[in-house]
Design a protein around this ligand. Structure first.
Ligand SMILES: *Cc1c(COP(=O)(O)O)cnc(C)c1O
Length: 455
């Protein structure tokens, strides 16, 4: 076998294209990848040897480097129809929030410095104040995510004690967040009451003993029990908790600050939960709140004080960028500008006419044989409102190997992710940004040339 056709690393480094790759990806990455590619070529010499030359090897290195770059965090165009897509970063941030974070990220800031006294300050003073204004909660803590919020709450309030929870609320949120396991991790003891479909306030009452630490309600989030079912209301649980001097913990999960009725969605708001008597409410920052990933615990001052003092608090606290993003998200609610500024609500509120117009703009130069604009349904997602369908407009691609199209679209300069349904690829426009329309038109034109036309 004639291995002499295989270029040396030295020659690869001298190659013009090789030099470009070094400046783009760095010398070390180039050398590591070159070694891997050369090993592969030597090992599979028989299958490669016909066309081995410098250009071909450089081509393989470039492909491999490009593929490894695909794993980096990058912008993705979400056309799945799921507005809060956990794999795609859940809530997209408002522009004003991103700008605030950017301004704050480079210089120093007063994260733990009180500008009025010049002394050490607290991280979340302004966030606490804003939540007080929006939800009537007395106090709050902010941690990494809602899973951490629940863990901290139970660890600080009910360690070694029983927490009474309905069997219908033993939720698994996905990604291994299971209420019974979190309960165990916190050192609390789960006391299940009722059945999968029915739990009455009397069931809770019968279980209360000197070992009880709290009553708890967990929002069913990603599933619904329909038909013959009953759960005790928060008001009933609150009366019961008060009469036994026990805290009532409400894990809302999504936790919206605004009433969603205008979109036909019925979800308890944070304010309602507190008014109905929850002593502690936990929620995610990046679900219906539409902010950064974080977990928020709102509630009575004396209970929150215990959370603040718990050793886990330090381990779970958020950094200045997240806190700044949360703070400016709350400002949007305070100014009553969520419909204009928070993408989630902006998307929810957008008219179908607008989406139809976008569909026309994207498909106007495409062959109508391959693309069809259809009415369909999107979902809120993020473990919230699993059965609530939202009217939407989608571009359906008439091609019977949708997976091939999906793979191709994911490899474009800005990856595009659609959904496959009934053996067809659908590009749902519910969450499309206006700025991406012309890019999408171009990408679909290329898809037509490279794949669809050839069939
Ligand atoms: C989503 C959810 C969680 C977990 O929240 P993360 O922010 O994803 O950690 C916990 N409880 C409920 C009820 C939820 O819906």
């Amino acid at each position: 076998m004639d291995y002499s056709k295989i270029p040396s690393v030295t020659n690869l480094l001298k190659d013009l294209k090789g030099k470009e790759l070094v400046s783009k990806y760095g010398r070390k990455a180039f050398l590591d990848t070159s070694k891997k590619v050369l090993d592969l070529v030597r090992k599979d010499f028989a299958s490669y040897h016909q066309d081995i030359d410098e250009e071909m090897v450089i081509g393989l290195i470039s492909k491999s480097l490009k593929e490894s770059k695909q794993k980096d965090l990058q912008k993705v165009i979400n056309l799945t129809g799921t507005i809060l897509h956990t794999n795609l970063g859940r809530a997209p941030l408002p522009k004003s929030v991103a700008e605030k974070v950017k301004d704050l990220s480079i210089p120093y800031c007063n994260i733990e410095f009180d500008l009025s006294t010049g002394k050490r300050g607290k991280r979340t003073t302004s966030i606490e104040e804003k939540f007080r204004q929006l939800t009537k909660a007395q106090d709050c803590v902010v941690v990494n995510n809602n899973a951490a919020a629940v863990l901290l709450t139970l660890s600080a309030l009910t360690h070694g004690k029983e927490v009474i929870l309905s069997r219908g609320q033993l939720v698994e949120i996905g990604g291994s967040f299971r209420i019974p396991e979190v309960m165990e991790q916190s050192g609390s003891i789960l006391k299940e009451v009722g059945t999968t479909n029915k739990a009455y306030v009397e069931d809770y009452q019968r279980c209360i003993s000197e070992n009880t630490g709290a009553l708890m309600r967990v929002h069913p989030s990603n599933f619904r029990v329909v038909g013959f079912s009953h759960e005790a209301s928060l008001t009933e649980l609150s009366q019961l908790a008060k009469s036994h001097n026990l805290p009532l913990i409400d894990d809302l999960g999504s936790g919206t600050l605004i009433n969603l009725e205008r979109w036909g969605i019925s979800e308890p708001t944070v304010l309602e939960s507190i008014q109905q008597g929850a002593d502690i409410v936990t929620l995610s920052g990046d679900k219906l709140l539409g902010g950064p990933q974080c977990g928020i615990v709102l509630g009575k001052k004396d209970l929150i004080a215990k959370l603040k003092k718990h050793p886990l608090m330090r381990a779970l606290r958020c950094d200045k960028l997240v806190l700044s993003a949360l703070e400016s998200t709350l400002d949007i609610y305070i100014k009553d500008r969520y419909l204009e500024e928070i993408p989630l609500y902006y998307f929810l509120d957008r008219k179908l006419d607008t989406l139809n117009q976008y569909a026309d703009d994207i498909t106007s130069k495409l062959n109508p044989k391959f693309y069809e604009v259809v009415r369909d349904h999107s979902y809120i997602g993020g473990g919230a409102l699993p059965v609530h369908q939202l009217e939407t407009v989608a571009i359906k691609v008439n091609y019977n190997k949708p997976q091939r199209l999906a793979n191709w679209l994911r490899k474009q300069e800005v990856p595009v992710v659609g959904r496959i349904q009934n053996e067809r690829l659908y590009l749902d426009l519910k969450t499309v940004y206006e700025d991406d329309i012309s890019y999408l038109a171009k990408v679909l034109r290329r898809l037509e040339e490279e794949i669809l036309d050839g069939e």
